[in-house]
Unconditional design. Sequence first.
Length: 69
Amino acid sequence: TQPHPLRLVYGTQDNQRILESATHAETFWREWQQPFEVFTHPGGHHFPGDWVQVLGDGVTQILTQSAAK
């Protein structure tokens, strides 16, 4: 089977950590010669004020642990 391409989507004003992660992912996929697509847009990604309620406990735990690293 043919793998689906990795799709990197980020805003030009995103958090520096997000921009660095996208750059690293693009570099790895290019080196591994795997298909990928990059989409950028103005602005950035932000969590809404009620993101804990919207995303639920499971996702909240994952994001909290990830941010602590």
